[in-house]
Design a protein around this ligand. Structure first.
Ligand SMILES: NCc1[nH]cc(CCC(=O)O)c1CC(=O)O
Length: 316
């Protein structure tokens, strides 16, 4: 971490989308609340995932949204990278020498329906085209609303809203937390319950990644973050790691910090057509989220999750 005559300087690497830049402003606010003299510099980068209009699988998966930001960190061009944890691959380790030093307090984990006519999912007529490329959303829509159609749509949330207006789809599914970050919650016509649309692993969680040897930055951002979110994200990501879920895996799951102090984890694996759903739900000690994530993954594997995940690898 550098210093200027005003004080310590923290350089933050991020994607350059409006949502990502809004996320960094939250980090800036939380850091300067800790250290008012801290100078925060933002280094935006457009990732291959932002540029590529096609399927993420062709780019090697979700790493397409994180690779270039990670490189800024590894090149020591930034001190800190901010990632949406739902975009951080679960089937490969974080780049050697880096660590997620904290997860900020979790935002809303639910998906929202955006329909210009204000209809809910139950009211949409057969054949309505819902814009999403997320296999998790496609599978759950096929399961509960087989009369609705999905059409692929890529790009950041703002560009998807523009594509909706341009008629590329009749409705959209977007993360409500994403709409909150870009100030577009008024566009949501329905917030879907987690029983209708189970969230992705790491939904609503912002992870702050830095170089392990940069103990000054590790210590600083370690003062942010939420223990509950760390436990929930750790359980979810361990489950994803054991399943070796890839970007095209129709895997959903949510860990919850329960009132009794224990940690709950519910996870699902779907066939793309939604006709097969595997589900496991367990509770465990909040002090051992790794064990809980592993146990739920094993329960899913016993139900045939490996074969189901591998069968979807080249679809979607
Ligand atoms: N790559 C899509 C993506 N990655 C992170 C978010 C924001 C929501 C979150 O942080 O979970 C979104 C938008 C969406 O899914 O609608």
């Amino acid at each position: 971490m550098d210093r200027s005559d005003q004080g310590r300087v923290v350089r933050i690497g991020t994607r350059s989308s409006p949502m990502a830049l809004a996320q960094v402003e939250r980090v800036r606010a939380e850091l300067t609340a800790l250290e008012p003299d801290l100078v925060v510099e933002v280094v935006p980068v457009t990732t291959s995932g932002d540029r590529w209009p096609g399927s993420l699988a062709a780019l090697g998966g979700k790493g397409a949204f994180t690779r270039e930001v990670d490189q800024l960190l590894l090149n020591r061009e930034v001190d800190l990278a901010v990632h949406c944890m739902k975009d951080v691959p679960g089937d490969r380790p974080v780049p050697a020498g880096t660590t997620f030093a904290c997860y900020l307090e979790r935002d809303d984990v639910r998906d929202a329906l955006i329909h210009p006519g204000g209809l809910t999912l139950d009211e949409l007529p057969a054949g309505t085209r819902i814009g999403t490329s997320a296999v998790r959303r496609i599978a759950q829509l096929a399961r509960a609303y087989p009369h609705l159609t999905t059409v692929p749509i890529r790009g950041n949330a703002n560009s998807r809203l523009a594509k909706l207006e341009a008629g590329h789809a009749d409705a959209l599914l977007l993360a409500y937390s994403g709409l909150e970050r870009i100030g577009e919650t008024a566009r949501a016509t329905q917030i879907l319950g987690i029983d209708t649309m189970c969230p992705p692993i790491g939904a609503g969680v912002l992870g702050l990644q830095c170089r392990e040897e940069d103990t000054e930055t590790v210590d600083l951002i370690g003062r942010l973050g939420s223990t509950g979110t760390w436990r929930e994200t750790t359980a979810e990501r361990m489950m994803l790691h054991v399943l070796q879920g890839h970007c095209n895996s129709p895997i959903a799951g949510l860990a919850t910090s329960r009132p009794d102090g224990r940690l709950g984890l519910r996870a699902m694996v779907f066939s793309l057509d939604g006709k097969t759903t595997l589900e496991a739900e367990e509770t465990g000690s909040a002090s051992d989220p790794v064990l809980l994530g592993t146990s739920v993954a094993v329960a899913l594997l016993h139900q045939g999750a490996r074969e189901l995940i591998d069968s979807t690898a080249d679809q979607g």
